[in-house]
Design a protein around this ligand. Sequence first.
Ligand SMILES: *Cc1c(COP(=O)(O)O)cnc(C)c1O
Length: 387
Amino acid sequence: MKFETRAIHVGEKPNLKEGGSGDVAMPIHLASTYARKEVDHPTGGYEYSRTDNPTRNALQMRLAALEGAKYGLAFASGLGAETTLFLSLVKTGDHVIAFDDLYGGTRRLFSRVFRERFGVEISYVDARVPEAVEKSIRKNTVLVWLETPTNPLLKLCDIRAISEIARRRDIPVVVDNTFMSPYFQQPLSLGADIVMHSTTKYLNGHSDSVGGALMLSNQAIYEKLKFTQNAAGAILSPFESYLILRGAKTLAVRMREHEKNALAIARFLESHKAVNKVIYPGLECHPQHDLAKKQMSGFGGMLSFELDADLKTAKRFVESLKYFAVAESLGGVESLIELPALMTHASVPPEERRKIGLNDGLIRISAGIEHLDDLREDLENAFKAIR
Ligand SMILES: *Cc1c(COP(=O)(O)O)cnc(C)c1O
């Protein structure tokens, strides 16, 4: 079954059996508990909704199918998924290797919670160089955490090369695949062990739900994660599960439009004299454009650029836009724009930001699927406003 078909049909088969109602859309199962006829036999396998819920199960099957995985697990947020993963696979004294340019909230969770409060050792390395990952492996390394492309600098790492290095030492590799979505990048097929998503972004796609997910095929790891999903309880609600089931149906068509607009905006900005630099993996000038072509089937809807101006002017630029909402987050149908140094990455210490190349004047765009002419006109007006 092809991607577009899986995105619509897996997990949502109409029940045409005697007594079934044939709904073509999965009902929202709100019950917290399930009655049984016989004390020792839960009806249909369901006991309590934290443990298992039919709507969440449908979504979990769908999510697994989209990443080419055997198993999927849905959580109350992307960070809830990350926390569950750590609680399942990492303990005090263990060592984790992570890309040094991570989503700000992931970095805060790793440093301020797992390192400071639970004594987990974390090494942040420039994973653009696979050898840097190899060199930082220690005897107590239990996890390699990647995000590619990164946020907001759109640095890539070679999932296949790093997975081969980690596999030789039996260290699981996790890839945060939020930016590309399963439509443009399939980390498991490149050798990674676990894929993580903030479903808040492209998978839901409409900026009206917060959620997270883990997809994988290794049964032993799945059992641990499934146990913690129930034991720690950071589950996704039935209503949110329904929203993501619904959003995921149009993932392929949305991603194609996001990419088309992002590339056109990147080229437009590239040609503008008030712009110093445009960062988009689909541009030939991106230093890892070849790797992007090799490991992704598209370049996604996220881009960043540096205005030839100070922070105050950059603020004025984004504030004068009409269609681009000044907002954190990404991956919805509406275009968003933000200043990472003041918004999404404000929790990253300034010297760390400088070290990874995140300048104060950097502007990040999540290209929506509005008509390109309107978006371009909006940007042109903003350039006029700061002249
Ligand atoms: C948003 C995001 C997260 C965190 O997910 P939440 O749903 O906000 O908890 C993690 N990684 C990336 C790349 C993100 O964009």
